[in-house]
Design a protein around this ligand. Structure first.
Ligand code: IMP
Ligand code: MG
Length: 207
């Protein structure tokens, strides 16, 4: 029986309730590609793999996670709770699909990068939602390497099975997916649908 503060106590979550607001979002979804349970299972596996490496890295330096806003917010929140290591976080903002685009417009860093003092001599793990053209991960890795970190690695939840993505160096990948525009679990279309707990494709009429 649940009695703590913040307990939902049997009240259905909006996502599962018969008349919840999720229906507005879910109504626009054509097909669920990866369900929330599958995502949760895979993040545990990714966490275990990263943890093994972090144990080695943290012997000779600190570890800094660099999540790429905004798409990685849900992923990094779940992933970091699989890492019991002593880690710091330094977020950066990048954009390559501004507004209603479903084609990359080329990666741009929209906010400031972590300062030299934050990454010099440390192990850095970039965390992003999806690898598509690869320009975001390449750009951020390049910029971080200029700051003399001990190492830079990257982790993405999704990777499209297209040459540009498959050829981009990335140490940890959650799922390889077909070349389709996806939303949910942090990924957006025009900044909507990030709150969908699963990853899916959008109906044509929603775009
Ligand atoms: P890249 O620089 O082309 O690899 O694209 C990476 C960024 O574009 C990701 O961090 C996402 O924010 C965005 N993006 C790429 N593909 C998708 C998609 O299918 N849905 C939503 N956002 C995407
Ligand atoms: Mg992004």
């Amino acid at each position: 029986m649940c009695s703590g503060t913040g307990c939902i106590d049997g009240t259905p979550l909006p996502w599962n309730s018969p008349a919840g607001t999720l229906e507005v979002v879910q109504g626009d979804i054509e097909r669920i590609l990866i369900g929330r349970e599958q995502i949760a299972r895979r993040i545990k596996e990714l966490g275990a793999a990263i943890r093994r490496d972090l144990d080695d890295w943290s012997r000779d330096g600190e570890v800094v996670l660099v999540p790429v806003l905004t798409g990685s917010i849900i992923f990094v929140a779940d992933l970091m709770r699989e890492l019991p290591n002593k880690i710091r976080i330094s977020v950066i903002a990048a954009s390559s699909y501004p507004g209603r685009n479903t084609q990359s417009k080329g990666a741009q860093i929209a906010g400031s990068l972590p300062g030299v003092e934050e990454v010099a001599g440390k192990h850095v793990l970039i965390v992003d939602d999806i690898l598509d053209s690869g320009s975001t991960i390449r750009l951020i890795r390049e910029e971080l390497l200029k700051r003399n970190p001990k190492s830079v690695r990257a982790c993405v939840l999704l990777r499209k099975t297209i040459p540009s993505a498959m050829e981009t160096p990335c140490e940890y990948v959650g799922f390889d997916i077909p070349d389709e525009f996806v939303v949910g679990y942090g990924l957006d279309y025009d900044n909507y649908y990030r709150n969908l707990p699963d990853v899916g494709t959008l109906k044509k009429e929603a775009m």
